[in-house]
Design a protein around this ligand. Structure first.
Ligand SMILES: [Zn+2]
Ligand SMILES: [Zn+2]
Length: 216
């Protein structure tokens, strides 16, 4: 009898003061993992990694709003994993203390990113690829796992919503272009993990998203 292994381990759960969705992507064979947006609760993230028997090799960020990287320093300290961010969001990363003050969230320092993420860069596991999808912030990234039909969209695309563009460096024309040209061209069967709140299906957003529709 054939035993089917899942292609990748994926777990998403809300963390931190603003309940950002943190995602663990793990390879069931090599046991290597990446963590996306550890915005808080490092103990909880470590416990889930332990539960799956995974070793995190890189910590990647959809963007540098405070709620998406508050636990990145602690995670790096405890695991030795490297921190990855698009360079266009460096100014936000460097201004974490100011962001925390503005949102009334306790500040914990986070070391500088180890590597800049590039458009179309291959990720450390799950055959994922990084897509530069600016608009919510200049350095916003989405992460696409074609084999698993999984899209991690950060705060760019939500279930029947899109990210706000009124914060530092946000730009409506850019987010609209990013969603139409980079996300709505992917497999419509894909599950979309959003930055906050529930998952959605890409095809449903292409048809029913009230802000940005495919072809409209
Ligand atoms: Zn954001
Ligand atoms: Zn957010």
């Amino acid at each position: 009898m054939a035993v089917t292994q899942p292609m990748l381990i994926r777990e998403t759960f809300p963390v931190g003061p603003l309940q950002c969705n943190c995602t663990i992507i793990g390879d069931p064979v090599s046991k290597k993992a990446i963590v996306v947006d550890p915005g808080g609760d490092p103990e909880k993230i470590m416990a889930r990694l332990d539960f799956h028997g995974l070793k995190v090799v890189s910590i990647i960020h959809t963007h540098a709003h405070l709620d998406h990287f508050l636990a990145s320093g602690r995670m790096k300290e405890q695991t030795g994993a490297t921190l990855h961010l698009h360079k266009a969001d460096q100014f936000l990363w460097d201004n974490l203390e100011m962001q925390c003050r503005m949102f009334g969230v306790p500040y914990t320092p986070v070391p500088a990113p180890d590597q800049w993420l590039a458009d179309d860069e291959e990720l450390a596991c799950g055959c994922g690829v990084a897509l530069h999808t600016p608009g919510h912030t200049p350095g916003s990234m989405s992460f696409w796992f074609a084999d698993a039909k999984l899209l991690i969209a950060g705060d760019t695309l939500f279930r029947r919503g899109i990210g706000r563009t009124d914060l530092w460096g946000g730009d409506y024309a850019s987010i609209e272009r990013s969603i139409k040209q980079r996300l709505y061209t992917l497999d419509e069967e894909a599950t979309v993990v959003t930055g906050h709140g529930p998952d959605t299906r890409l095809g449903d957003e292409m048809r029913d998203n009230p802000f940005v529709r495919a072809g409209a």
